[in-house]
Ligand binder design. Sequence first.
Ligand SMILES: [Fe+2]
Length: 146
Amino acid sequence: MTPEIGKIAKQAFADTFLFYLQAHYYHWNVEGRNFSQDHKLLGKIYEEVFASIDTFAEQLRSMSTYAPGVFDRLKELSTIQQSDEIPAAEKMFQNLIDSNEKVLKSLGAAFDMLEANHMHGFGNFIAERIDAHSKHAWMLRSTLKK
Ligand SMILES: [Fe+2]
């Protein structure tokens, strides 16, 4: 495994982790007329993504790289910017759409790199994550549609 593969896979992991955290953070703090629905949808999303984190970390371990788990390191690896403001519900969904696009981009780069290096097991896991995040993109976009 080259350091380049490790770097791209870890970036996808860190983006996934920060996206999970953002969805969970918004699940706790969302407000407004659609509170119940929004709270539930955000719950569904963070739970789905969180359930993938352990397998993702173990996939990193199986390619002999360490799994990042310290917050500063995750922040450094990730392309997602965090903010501790509590935006209005609509802005939360827009922020999650933007973050999810970053996750999809880094998952796509990881998939291409893994496939090019014949690492099909990990590649298959990443392909499933791309499917899951594409579904999250659909739900988030549909929620914002007027
Ligand atoms: Fe909850």
